[in-house]
Write a protein that binds this ligand. Structure first.
Ligand SMILES: [Fe+2]
Length: 301
């Protein structure tokens, strides 16, 4: 079941698309699809609390999201959409956390931006659904997780759900979701694919990320049209490229960092058929990493 918040002014249009039953296991085609380059606001780990005044680790999370939203809306060209890649809620995914998040996202949606949401280990699926149901898009899908394919101009985005259990740090996609992904990737070979979710890849030294990392990489690496895996979870901004040429993009948290001096913020992504250019936008504009850019050419098909 995909979870997207449509632009507020287009809600009725989107509802009609869903009711028409277009793509039982797919998200409705993305709005604002254009040929050529598109830009996106990539966010993760908003950790929104029910009380917008709440502070955690010295940070007012609601204020951070408002700062990011204001900056996104102040861009010369409005992005085609925004992503929040999990840990939408502060700690245990309470219903009131999501109610506050909905309010905080109103400025983006009112400006015409669809917001695409993924779930993290600090989210709770049933609570999330209970809040987003009225205004969101819920299409019938075989999977119980929130998955989606967003077909856009230059690339297709594959939104995965790595939440295994609320408040359990590592994540899991599971066999059914992996099989769904393989099937969907094979059905969308003509354009570059970007896979997004909350959890980061596990490795020999990292076991707090995605438990079925190896199974996922076995699907992504040989499918040369898959160009990048974008995630949050670690609260650390980092971009790497593996030996197969697959880009691994770890988004910074919108909310708080775990180590002093790390940047919190969001990433402005310019995406084309040739590659992706990322620009880090820090909540603290005086942070030394503010404006850092990374060019990520796509590996050859
Ligand atoms: Fe987080």
């Amino acid at each position: 079941m995909p979870v997207h918040l449509p632009p507020i002014s287009r809600r009725e249009f989107v509802k009609r698309v869903v009711l028409a039953g277009l793509g039982a296991s797919l998200a409705p085609t993305v709005w604002a699809a254009r040929r050529g380059e598109t830009t996106w606001a990539l966010m993760a780990d908003t950790h929104i609390a029910a009380d917008p005044l709440q502070i955690a680790r010295g940070v007012n999370m609601a204020q951070h999201l408002e700062t990011a939203s204001r900056e996104i809306l102040g861009l010369a060209g409005l992005p085609a959409g925004a992503f929040i890649l999990g840990d939408c809620a502060l700690h245990s995914g309470e219903v009131e956390d999501y109610r506050t998040l909905v309010k905080l996202l109103e400025p983006l949606r009112s400006a015409g931006l669809p917001v695409h949401l993924a779930l993290g280990n600090h989210d709770q699926r049933d609570h999330f659904r209970s809040v987003f149901k009225p205004g969101g898009i819920f299409a019938k899908a075989k999977l119980t997780q929130h998955v989606a394919v967003l077909r856009t101009g230059p690339v297709n985005w594959f939104v995965l759900d790595s939440l295994e259990r609320t408040l359990q740090t590592p994540g899991l996609l599971g066999g059914e979701q992996l099989a769904w992904l393989a099937e969907m990737l094979d059905a969308h070979r003509k354009k570059p694919a970007i896979v997004v979710m909350h959890h980061n890849p596990n490795s020999a030294n990292v076991t707090t990320g995605l438990k079925d990392t190896e199974q996922l990489l076995a699907i992504l690496r040989p499918r040369r049209h898959v160009k990048a895996w974008v995630f949050g979870h670690t609260h650390v901004w980092r971009v790497e490229t593996d030996s197969s040429g697959l880009h691994l993009v770890n988004l910074p948290p919108v909310a708080y960092v775990f180590r002093q001096g790390m940047p919190s913020g969001w990433v402005h992504a310019r995406v084309s058929e040739e590659g992706m250019r990322l620009e880090l936008r820090c909540i603290d504009r005086t942070h030394p990493a503010q404006g850092q850019t990374v060019e990520l050419p796509w590996r050859t098909a």
